[in-house]
Design a protein around this ligand. Structure first.
Ligand code: ZN
Length: 244
């Protein structure tokens, strides 16, 4: 079974479309949260995701938009986008977001899914090897998947070694899921922040037990034009061009 792993789509339909096309054949989508927020097409992104066999977690933006999380920790631009999204979200989609779980353990394959981290599924940014180690320590499976930082990265904890190694993945190169413990972030579909403007995602092959990290170009100007029309904050529109 092939799994398309996506995270932090942030209502960027052009980017999500490009990822789905580029991924080719897959059987199921695992989405690590933040389907909405920042971007101009929240309902369209939810609709497209739900057309597939889907496992989806709640991210901080998903919970904030349905009032399950305080807006106090969000930047002013993020907050503006959440208010904008709240006004446009259909009742059905709001109900769907509200019901999303915050963590899932796929026990038969030894993989734990969280948006932030297993320690704090909603808010923790796993941005250092130390935090990755703590996150791996808090799960019972060899492999962890998380999103939230918008940075495509792998943290490796070698079976016969101490410490955690931060690994910049080579795209299109399958990595074994059975050698070492790994904490894998597929990166962000709709708002990459790792100096690469391309949409990021991962493919997991559950027969071969490998993960492959991928990037794909999408039409950034389409998303930016819709954001302008929607009068979403300027900085959010500009940052898509810089991958920051
Ligand atoms: Zn996010």
């Amino acid at each position: 079974m092939r799994i398309l792993v996506v995270s932090d789509i942030h209502a960027n339909l052009a980017a999500l479309d490009a990822v789905i096309q580029d991924a080719g054949h897959f059987d199921r989508i695992w989405c690590l949260g933040d389907v909405i927020g920042y971007g101009p097409e929240p309902n369209e992104c939810i609709k497209l995701l739900r057309a597939f066999d889907l496992v989806c977690l709640a991210g901080n933006h998903d919970l904030a938009v349905v009032d399950k999380l305080s807006l106090g920790e969000f930047s002013p631009d993020a907050r503006d986008a959440i208010y904008w999204t709240r006004d446009r979200l259909t009742a059905t989609n709001a109900d769907w977001l509200e019901a999303l779980p915050s963590m899932i353990v796929v026990a038969e394959h030894g993989i734990t899914l969280a948006h932030g981290s297993a320690r704090d599924p909603i808010w923790e940014y796993v941005a250092t090897p130390e935090l990755a180690g703590a996150s791996l320590d808090s799960i019972d499976t060899p492999i962890g998947l998380n999103g939230h930082t918008h940075v495509q990265i792998i943290y490796r904890q070698p079976t016969y070694g101490l410490g955690i190694v931060k690994e910049q993945p080579t795209v299109n190169l399958p990595i074994s899921l059975t050698l070492d413990r790994l904490l894998i972030n597929p990166g962000s579909v709709g708002q990459p922040r790792d100096d690469d403007v391309r949409a990021a995602y991962a493919l997991i092959d559950l027969e071969a037990m490998t993960v492959t990290l991928q990037r794909v170009q999408y039409d950034i100007s389409t998303t930016q034009k819709l954001m302008k029309q929607a009068r979403l904050p300027d900085r959010l529109i500009r940052r898509l061009r810089f991958g920051e």
